[in-house]
Design a protein around this ligand. Structure first.
Ligand code: AHR
Length: 666
């Protein structure tokens, strides 16, 4: 009994030592190992992860206003659990006979526009009446039209009867009143694209588009499209300007796309193939989105690369490791039918696809794939540096064999490309262990870790990377979130982000996930940015990401901030100090997740002369408060002037993130 008690006492002492070791901040091994002059950290630390989830692309960032423009929606676009059962070629469309006209519509496939776009509608006008016979599209829960703005309309038409058929296109407000129109006449019996510009006379949040034929006869219609001319940077086939700008305002250093689970897909046939997503939109191969809707891939690889360039983010495309999601045919909650692997005899072509992507992004405009990029309007390269292979895959022998084949081929043909591997869906567990073991064997340059955990986990695990072996693979924290949009959640993430900075020598990149969600069509919560057709709601988490991203540094300095906290209190407070070499600014971040003020001491005496006129941005409030569509600015940062000294005391308010930016004098 005596020995048992001694053993328990000993274990308690060991646990106390361990908990001291996990206590936050200034005495971690990453800190003590760092020279007092600072250590270089990754310049690409804070980026974004765009996944086409929760209508992030079609009906979201992609500015197309017509839903189901190619009549390619299908009942198999959703799974058994989806609430919306209305998935078919006529989703979002209605037959329209205006002014006592009559006729029929039918869905046909016999002479399609091309083999990738099989379905089209045939209109048979028996009597055109006063208003014509045709179709009306309701957009994605309505079409938003702004008075005075111009809209690019286009449609493919095949005239099936002998005489030319006049066609009228109208924008209608919700009462059916016309707020813009265009007309043209068919010119040929073959498929032909017709373009028109419509100027809106009035604003309307829930408009519809009517396309009617105004003479007896027969015609076929496909790819009915309506784009605002004012897309982000006015790109054709471009992005919704306000949403794209909200993302750009994060100033991300990189963008991972087009998704996580979306990439490896729900079974092999659903795997995301980048080649299907480039070229003229009417030729792209549309498919079911793993998140239970339809993806037109109108926002495809060209548009992703272009967006990265437009916002100054390095592209990080992720390609499947030639295996499908292990939860295919199920969900991550209930499991599924299991991972499927591409047959080995298909691997040669698959690997060639990966190599071709590099040529598409970086090859000269005279190369086979570089020429396709040039044809899309971008003769210069996109400067691809990173490629991700795999997403949260189960680390099976099939995965390993295929990953290695792809890895070896890319390394040998393109040593300039940095490959990012995967270690399962969580911060620990079998796939994490096996994934790291495998990464060690291959010496994969960067490994993508994911974790969706409670805020307390983020606070407790602040030292996670302090003891990572610096000689092994570097880390990309590719997906993380603390499962909520309250200030407290955001602060837990902020505290963790100070640790990412402290470990910015081993953590090369990080990105919150998911980025975007259409409020009324969420496949996943929480998200960083919520939107409707007319509004954008940036969460408190968004402001944390932004404060870190716009205040990123290249060099990390240990021991600059100290706070007199007991070991049990240390998890409540986190801090970092970085220097942005280009501006010379020193940036101090302080995160207090507790209900009382923490008095911190900041010592800048090692930095030479500093300008006392500094700025201080503070994000604080009720820890349970969130931003909402009704109150979108409930919790936002406030920036005020701040007088900095060589050494000063700062009272970090309860529940706050503070960023102090100090200029140095050379
Ligand atoms: O971010 C949502 C999903 O979470 C991603 O698709 C997947 O990688 C992860 O499980």
């Amino acid at each position: 009994m005596k020995y048992l008690k001694q053993t328990i006492d000993f274990l308690i002492i060991l646990m106390l030592i361990a908990s001291n070791a996990t206590a936050q901040n200034i005495n971690s091994s990453a800190e003590t190992n760092a020279a007092t002059h600072g250590k270089k950290i990754s310049p690409d630390l804070f980026g974004i992860f765009f996944e086409d989830i929760s209508y992030a692309a079609d009906g979201g960032l992609y500015a197309e206003l017509i839903q189901n423009r190619s009549f390619e929606y299908s009942p198999s676009d959703k799974d058994n659990w989806s609430k919306n059962d209305n998935w078919n070629s006529f989703t979002a469309w209605k037959y329209a006979a205006e002014g006592y006209g009559y006729g029929t519509i039918s869905l046909e496939t016999t002479s399609p526009l091309n083999a990738n776009n099989l379905h089209y509608v045939v209109l048979n006008m028996e009597e055109e009446g006063q208003g014509g016979v045709g179709l009306k599209n309701a957009g994605f829960d309505g079409i938003v039209i702004k008075a005075g703005e111009q809209y690019n309309f286009s449609v493919f038409v095949r005239q099936l009867s002998d005489n030319a058929i006049p066609i009228q296109v109208k924008l209608l407000d919700k009462k059916g009143t016309e707020i813009g129109n265009a007309s043209f006449s068919t010119q040929t019996k073959g498929w032909k694209k017709y373009n028109a510009t419509i100027t809106a006379s009035q604003s309307e949040d829930s408009a519809s588009l009517l396309i009617v034929a105004k003479a007896k006869g027969k015609l076929a219609l496909d790819v009915v499209s309506l784009f605002p001319q004012q897309t982000f940077k006015n790109r054709p086939n471009g992005l919704r300007a306000d949403l794209a700008q909200t993302i750009a305002d994060l100033k991300p250093k990189f963008m991972r796309f087009p998704g996580g689970c979306l990439v490896h897909g729900d079974g092999l046939g659903n795997m995301y193939r980048w080649k299907n997503t480039i070229g003229p939109v009417e030729q792209r191969v549309q498919q079911r989105n793993i998140w239970n809707y339809h993806q037109t891939v109108g926002l495809g690889y060209f548009e992703y690369f272009q967006f990265c360039e437009d916002i100054g983010a390095k592209p990080l495309p992720v390609l499947a490791a030639a295996v499908s999601c292990q939860n295919s045919g199920g969900t991550w909650r209930i499991g599924g039918t299991g991972q499927r692997a591409l047959p080995i005899n298909e691997m040669k072509n698959y690997i060639q696809d990966v190599l071709d992507l590099i040529e598409y992004a970086n090859g000269p405009a005279t190369s086979t794939w570089g020429a396709k990029r040039a044809a899309a309007g971008h003769p210069k390269p996109f400067h691809l540096e990173y490629i991700g292979i795999g997403n949260e895959d189960k680390i099976t022998p099939e995965f390993k064999e295929r990953f290695k084949m792809i890895y070896d081929a890319v390394r040998s043909k393109h040593p300039e490309i940095t490959l990012v591997g995967t270690v399962g869906p969580g911060p620990a567990g079998e796939d994490y262990e096996q994934g790291w073991k495998f990464a060690d064997q291959l010496a994969v340059p960067i490994i993508d870790e994911h974790y969706y955990e409670k805020p307390e986990w983020f606070l407790r695990n602040n030292l996670r990377y302090d003891d990572y072996n610096r000689s092994k693979s570097k880390v990309y924290v590719g997906e993380y979130a603390s499962k909520g949009n309250s200030l407290f959640n955001a602060l837990a993430e902020a505290a963790y982000m100070t640790a990412l900075e402290r470990n910015g020598d081993v953590v090369k990149m990080s990105s919150y996930a998911p980025l975007l969600a259409q409020k009324n069509h969420t496949s996943w919560n929480p998200n960083l940015i919520y939107f409707t057709n007319t509004a954008i709601m940036t969460t408190v988490n968004y402001y944390v990401q932004q404060l870190f991203s716009v205040n990123e540094g290249d060099v990390y300095f240990p021991g600059i901030v100290s706070a007199p906290l007991s070991d049990t209190e240390k998890n409540i407070f986190a801090s970092s100090c970085v220097k942005n070499v280009e501006t010379g600014d020193i940036i101090i971040k302080l995160v207090n997740t507790d209900s009382t003020t923490v008095q911190a001491q900041v010592d800048l005496s090692g930095f030479g002369s500093i300008n006392p006129d500094a700025t201080c941005s503070i994000l604080t409030g009720n820890p349970m408060a969130e931003n909402t569509f009704k109150n979108p600015k409930n919790i936002v940062p406030k920036t005020v002037a701040f007088t900095a000294g060589k050494s000063f005391t700062y009272d970090a308010p309860a529940y706050s993130l503070t960023v102090i930016r100090v200029k140095t004098i050379n």
